[in-house]
Design a protein around this ligand. Structure first.
Ligand SMILES: Nc1ncnc2c1ncn2[C@@H]1O[C@H](COP(=O)(O)OP(=O)(O)OP(=O)(O)O)[C@@H](O)[C@H]1O
Ligand SMILES: [Mg+2]
Length: 417
């Protein structure tokens, strides 16, 4: 085993760590994982209580160290939730060598031209993802290099993140003794581990049903064209059960996981679940149909919000086939595939289990681990584990052209380092 790569997913409900290492043959293999509940340290994907967050991260990392037998000092992270915003922009330039071949420098200039938009001082660019190039008016070109042209245009997806919230997370990780070697967008990392090349090309929507947020990314023609985060997640579903049944959040969560369902047809009329009594009340039996009656409308609302946002933002882009991929803890809810199929009007819905990487740890192939494994895969591919490591405890500006993203024809412009 050589160097290790550590992916840290600090989520609203859980902190998850995946440790991977290269085998002698050069294959990436998962050698350790760790999970710890976030215990209220985050709200909607954003750190609100640093001490609680630090404790949860430490606990998860220590578990991963124990399992992997490696001491962890560096990690890669991803950020998401309400601090993320995205915008579609266009740029154009005259090709330097008029009528000659488009060069790397022309591509760099056209991307810079697309990025010349005012960014509020409290935000930084996290990614710039070009999804198409237009060469002398011909659209749909993925790689314009070496084409003869006079004029080069591009359409890009720019993702920005709030500076202070990202800084708080990085600082918290630094304070408990770990270096952060790279930051990326959560849903982009997740997509790396669950969305296939065919799905990206055909057009697909990845929905991460998390605890505090529902994160979305839309692919068309092999590139991300839209991303958003909706501040509603599984915790709100649990909250609804808590309010309607007058029981604690923890009991509601247990009942949701044990007996919850969001597709009424799957439940028989006489199925019941026992709710423990609160404050001396005797336990109460409620029908699973009633429980479903609380859960299903909220899950419908989440999917409708996602659908509306996508319809509004991507109407001009051609998303031929609507493949829907669901991941995150919420995707474990029975009936979620059927409900998504109904709301998005497609039968091409599946649960996104992370792709197999080798190693004996089966637990990490559950959709809840899609983000942490995606972080590992993305940064491993990017080959960012350079001999002279640079750790980022403060956010200086640094340009970088990422491997995984470059493969998609993308350029990352990560302004957090
Ligand atoms: N078997 C299950 N059935 C239904 N819901 C589940 C199940 N298991 C987990 N969940 C829900 O999934 C949510 C947590 O998902 P996940 O761990 O992916 O969130 P997170 O990554 O911590 O949060 P976020 O991505 O929003 O920051 C919780 O609301 C939990 O109730
Ligand atoms: Mg998550």
């Amino acid at each position: 085993m050589s160097d290790i790569i550590v992916g840290l997913d600090v989520g609203t409900s859980n902190v998850r760590v995946v440790v991977a290492a290269y085998t002698e043959e050069g294959n990436l293999q998962i050698i350790g994982i760790g999970t710890s509940p976030s215990t209220g340290g985050l709200r909607k994907g954003v750190v609100i209580q640093t001490e609680l967050t630090k404790r949860a991260i430490l606990d998860a990392v220590e578990k991963a160290e124990l399992m992997s037998g490696h001491e962890i000092s560096d990690c890669y992270i991803a950020i998401g939730g309400t601090q993320i915003e995205s915008t579609n922009q266009q740029g154009f330039v005259s090709v330097e060598n008029q009528g000659g071949e488009i060069t790397e420098s022309d591509i760099k200039r056209v991307i810079e031209s697309a990025c010349s938009i005012p960014i509020p001082p409290d935000r930084r660019i996290l990614h710039v993802l070009p999804y198409t190039y237009i060469v002398d008016g011909v659209d749909g070109i993925k790689d314009p290099r070496s084409r003869l042209a006079w004029r080069l245009e591009t359409k890009v997806l720019i993702v920005t993140a709030a500076y202070t919230t990202t800084h708080t997370l990085v600082t918290s990780i630094n304070q408990i003794g770990y270096n952060v070697d790279g930051v990326m967008l959560k849903i982009l990392a997740t997509s790396r581990s669950v969305v296939t090349k065919d799905e990206r090309e055909l057009g697909s929507i990845l929905i991460d049903l998390g605890g505090g947020t529902t994160d979305v990314i839309v692919f068309a023609d092999d590139a991300p064209v839209y991303t958003c985060s909706i501040p509603v997640g599984g915790q709100m579903v649990t909250n609804d059960i808590m309010i309607v049944k007058g029981i604690t959040f923890d009991i509601s969560e247990k009942i949701k996981i044990k007996a919850g369902c969001c597709w009424e047809e799957y439940i028989d009329e006489d199925e019941e679940v026992l709710i423990p009594g609160v404050g001396g009340r005797p336990p109460e039996a409620i029908s699973r149909k009633e429980l479903c009656g609380i859960i299903q409308p909220r899950m419908e609302e989440i999917f409708n919000l996602v659908n509306d946002k996508i319809q509004m933002q991507t109407s001009t882009k051609k998303i031929v086939a609507k493949n829907i991929i669901l991941c995150g803890g919420g995707s474990l809810m029975p009936g979620v595939v059927e409900l998504a199929a109904q709301i998005f009007g497609t039968s091409a819905v599946r649960i996104g289990n992370p792709i197999k990487m080798g190693g004996m740890i089966e637990e990490c192939y559950s959709p809840e681990f899609a983000t942490a494994t995606g972080i590992v895969l993305s940064f491993a591919e990017e080959g960012k584990k350079q001999p002279e490591k640079k750790h980022y405890s403060t956010m200086e500006t640094k340009q970088n052209n990422g491997g995984i993203l470059k493969k998609l024809g993308d350029y990352i412009k990560n302004e957090f380092f």
